[in-house]
Design a protein around this ligand. Structure first.
Ligand SMILES: Nc1ncnc2c1ncn2[C@@H]1O[C@H](COP(=O)(O)OP(=O)(O)O)[C@@H](O)[C@H]1O
Ligand SMILES: C[C@@](O)(CCOP(=O)(O)O)CC(=O)O
Length: 402
């Protein structure tokens, strides 16, 4: 075990679900997302071992990387990694050049590992290199453990939660280092050095931006909805390129989440929709437009909820059914999703896929008035078909320092 030494940081961030607008959000349409009570947590401890010790529990990965090998990655001389770079502008970093160097290192360190492990490690190294370069804080040995309550590759935003947790931890670490060393750097003014357990609005914006760039490594062309929701938390309206707008709801929303146990690949599904759009532009564009209308109506309905009766839940249910049909047209549903939606509909619940689809999770908003015995019966029936399910609160806090 590496010896514990000096600074420690603990940060967590939630996962997310998309209530309406997955896929259409990629094309600039309105979406609604909510943070989940399930979180990813990172513990960072400085050590004295000349290594970066990585423990990614969900991937059963334990990896030791010599610090000098990581420092060589951001040896900027001769390589244009950075052009007019500053900490709050991650887009200035030459991501392709940095990732190429990281991938070469990973070929040596993880020759046999599957691509999901390599993507997770390269995301981590990208953030360590990208965020530390402009800070002028020299990298020192540390132990980093990441553990998540979320299911990976299932549409719960595990990759964004993972990215936001890493960015939040590195930001908090930098704040501690800069404060201790009183080092002067461009980032010093930007980061609000404080001992409280909160991030400032500027810092949250910066966390979401860095996490968006990290998401590109795993997703290719993300809309930004996942990193925004995992950073800010709450139930939000989201449109690509804009900051999320929290929906102030009168009462806590609850959802049933059902695991199809079919793994999905977000990057491939986003590409599939694009391919279909290129072949049938009018049909797909009309479908995406209809999804925008559904999201707008869902926002209005959510805002009108007063918790007194189920009127708004009926409308939300109809909108969920329509949205699920649109997602079928886009070609991202799956037999298991259809089977689950059928079971739910027999009990007056309205399921739709959440996230990229192709498997992953089905989401159904739970009306306030539904009896616990009915919920139990639905869950038992789903279990009999080998589908696990949970009732979860929607809209908890975003990234947090512990
Ligand atoms: N807790 C975690 N530890 C390590 N890697 C993670 C973790 N969570 C997510 N990842 C990375 O993100 C990938 C899942 O991303 P993605 O397919 O987008 O699923 P999701 O819909 O859950 O975000 C994983 O294969 C892994 O590379
Ligand atoms: C399909 C999409 O709208 C949501 C993907 O969500 P997830 O990766 O399945 O959690 C893509 C995106 O918005 O970047």
């Amino acid at each position: 075990m590496p010896q514990k030494f000096n600074h420690t940081v603990k940060v967590s961030a939630p996962g997310k679900v998309i209530l309406h607008g997955e896929h259409s959000v990629v094309y600039g349409k309105l979406a609604i997302a909510a943070s989940l009570g399930l979180r990813t947590t990172l513990n960072l401890n400085e050590t004295k071992t000349d290594n970066l010790h990585l423990h990614f529990d969900n991937l059963k990965l334990k990896l030791h990387i010599p610090i000098k090998k990581i420092k060589a990655l951001f040896d900027v001389e001769g390589i244009p990694l950075v052009s007019s770079y500053n900490f709050s502008k991650p887009e200035c970093i030459n991501q392709d050049v940095l990732l190429e160097k990281i991938n070469l290192l990973l070929k040596e360190l993880l020759p046999q590992e599957e691509s999901n492990v390599k993507l997770a490690v390269s995301t981590f190294l990208f953030l360590v290199c990208g965020m530390l370069i402009p800070s002028k804080v020299s990298l020192q040995s540390m132990e980093v453990s990441i553990n998540s309550d979320l299911h990976l590759n299932s549409g719960m935003g595990s990759s964004a939660s993972f990215g936001v947790t890493i960015v939040g931890s590195l930001m908090q670490y930098l704040k501690l280092k800069l404060k201790t060393a009183k080092e002067q750097s461009d980032s010093y003014d930007f980061l609000r050095c404080c001992e409280t357990g909160t991030f400032s609005d500027d810092e949250l914006r910066c966390i979401s931006m860095w996490a968006f760039h990290a998401e590109k490594i795993i997703h290719g062309n993300p809309s930004g909805i996942d990193n925004s929701t995992c950073t800010y938390g709450s139930v939000v309206e989201f449109r690509k390129g804009e900051e999320p707008k929290p929906l102030r709801l009168g009462k806590q929303l609850k959802a049933m989440l059902i695991d199809t146990k079919v793994p999905k690949n977000t990057k491939a599904l986003v590409q599939k929709v694009l391919d279909t759009k290129l072949r049938f532009p009018t049909i797909i564009e009309n479908t995406l437009d209809s999804m925008e209308v559904i999201s707008n109506l869902a926002v209005k309905t959510l805002k009108a909820m007063d918790g007194k009766n189920d009127k708004q839940f009926h409308i939300l249910g109809e909108l969920a059914d329509m949205n699920q049909n649109m997602l079928r047209i886009l070609g991202v549903s799956h037999d298991s999703i259809d089977e689950i939606c059928m079971v739910l509909s027999n009990f007056g619940l309205h399921g739709k896929l959440t996230g990229a689809g192709g498997g992953g999770f089905v989401l159904a908003i739970v009306p306030y008035s539904i009896e616990a015995a009915v919920i139990q019966k639905v869950q038992d029936l789903l279990q009999a078909k080998n589908y696990d399910s949970w009732i979860l609160d929607l809209g908890g806090p975003g990234v947090m320092i512990h």
